[in-house]
Design a protein around this ligand. Structure first.
Ligand SMILES: [Zn+2]
Length: 203
């Protein structure tokens, strides 16, 4: 391949995406270049729109469009009594797809170790506010069965210890090291069904 700096740069960027190495990145770039009008142009426009309009909701941590309200928060008309706390939006999508859980979501946007000093990025103040305001009865900690996930669950639990709310955690049926996103529906279902009680301040 000739050393065209634009192409080199694009390959570098694409190979940083999950599941893609330099080899697949090259194939993707080639496909893009061979389809300039059908792929490159609309993709460039869409990326610019996403960059401009899609932001993180500073209440629930989900993604929202600048142009409208947060669908996750606006779901309030359903009046759920439970909030499920997950690390990533992909975890929320897996849980939603499996139809196991009816309730709100709170997306931490990482783990204790991934946010480092920037603990406020976990939006725990907002989680406390939502629990109080929406009269939440149960908080389900659905973080991964990894050391980071479990440490994060403990940190969230500790931040909620003064609230009048039941806190549960997904069952140990989760494979050790298991990430929520990659679990099949059956495993997720039994993890939700057999979730264990951590604190019940309301008892
Ligand atoms: Zn929101």
């Amino acid at each position: 391949m000739q050393n065209i700096s634009e192409i080199e740069e694009l390959i570098k960027l694409i190979s940083r995406l999950p599941g893609l190495g330099p080899k697949s990145a090259k194939r993707i770039v080639l496909k893009l270049i061979n389809n300039r009008d059908e792929l490159v142009k609309p993709m460039a426009n869409t990326l610019a729109q996403v960059y401009k309009n899609v932001i993180r909701c500073n209440s629930c941590g989900s993604l929202k469009s600048n142009l409208s309200g947060c669908l996750n928060c606006d779901n309030a008309k359903n009046k759920y009594s439970k909030i499920c706390v997950v690390e990533d939006i992909a975890d929320q999508w897996s849980i939603e797809n499996s139809n196991i859980f009816q309730g709100y979501f709170h997306i931490l946007g990482g783990t204790i170790s991934s946010v480092g000093q920037r603990k406020e990025e976990l939006l725990l103040d907002s989680l406390v506010e939502r629990i109080n305001k929406q009269k939440i009865e149960e908080v389900i900690l659905a973080t991964s069965a990894t050391v980071e996930g479990q440490t994060t669950a403990y940190y969230v639990q500790d931040s909620l210890k003064n609230l009048d709310v039941k806190i549960t955690k997904l069952a140990q049926g989760l494979p050790v090291g298991g990430e929520i996103e990659s679990l099949d529906d059956g495993t997720l279902f039994s993890a939700f069904k057999n979730r264990s009680n951590l604190i019940s301040n309301s008892d």
